[in-house]
Design a protein around this ligand. Sequence first.
Ligand code: AMP
Ligand code: FE
Ligand code: FE
Ligand code: ZN
Length: 285
Amino acid sequence: MRIDLHCHSTASDGTDTPAELVRNAAAAGLDVVALTDHDTTRGYAEAVAALPAGLTLVTGAELSCRIDGVSLHMLAYLFDPEEPTLLAERELVRDDRVPRARGMVAKLQELGVPVTWDQVARIAGDGSVGRPHVATALVELGVVPSVSDAFTLDWLADGGRAYVEKHETDPFEAIRLVKAAGGVTVFAHPGASKRGRTVPESAIVEMAAAGLDGIEVDHMDHDPDTRARLRGLAAELGLLTTGSSDYHGSRKTVALGEYTTDPEVYGEITRRATGAFPVPGAGGA
Ligand code: AMP
Ligand code: FE
Ligand code: FE
Ligand code: ZN
C-alpha cells in the first residue's frame, strides 16, 4: 500500500485541479491520497467525483496556526467538514488571506515591483490565496527565477520585506476544534527550518499532552538528522509519525508519493477518526 497524506490542489496553492490531483495520484501508483488544502475543504466534491477505481481519498486540510509568533501548519484529517465551529475558523483564516495578499502586493509595489492584485487574483483563481500565488506573479514578472526563490527575506519569507501576516489559529485551539469535529491532527513538517523559525520541542510536548495525534517526519524539508530527532521525540511522546510529499503540482519539485506513510499508521488514523471516512474510488478498496 502506498499512502501519501499531504497534497495541495487549486483549491489552495497547488497547480493540479482536485480532479487532476486524484488522477495523477492513481497514475503515480498511490493507493491512498489525502487532499489537504490550506484552510479549506472546497476541493473535496470535485476530487470525490473524479476518484479513479483503486484509489482511496482521505479528506483533510492544512490549518494555518501560530504559537509565540512562530507560524506552523497543522494537518487535520477526516473531520466533519460541516462542523460549524471548525468551519467558521477555517473561513476566518481563509478569508483573511485576501486582504493579507493585497497587503503584500502593496508592499511589493512600494519596492518598485509592477505586480497588481488582478494578476495575483488571476493566478489564485478560486483557491485560498497565498504566498505561492504572489510568488508565481514575481516569476511571471521576471523578478525571481522560481517560486522558491521568492521565499527569501528580500521578498516573501516570514519577516521578509513584502511579508504580511494573516490570521492564524492557536495550535491548541486547532487540536481541540479538530478533535471536536471527529478528526485527527498531525503537525506538518515541524522541523522545516529553511522556511523560517520552527517551534521548540517543548511546544510539541505540550501539544502531545493536549491531544495531538502525530507529527510528519518524512518530508522533503527535513534532513536525515531532523527525521531521526523527530522519530525519537514521537516515540517518547507516543505520537504517530507520517511521511508525505506535500505535493503542490508544478509549484514545487516534489513528486506525488515521493514520501509515504506506513499502512499501520494510516490504519490508526482511520480508526481514531469519527468525523468522516476515507472514500474508496469506484470499484476500489
Ligand atoms: P502562506 O500560507 O500564504 O503563508 O504560504 C505558505 C506556503 O508557501 C506553504 O504552504 C508552501 O506552499 C509555500 N512555501 C513556504 N516556504 C517555501 C519555500 N521556501 N519555497 C517554496 N514554497 C514555499
Ligand atoms: Fe502550500
Ligand atoms: Fe505546510
Ligand atoms: Zn502543505
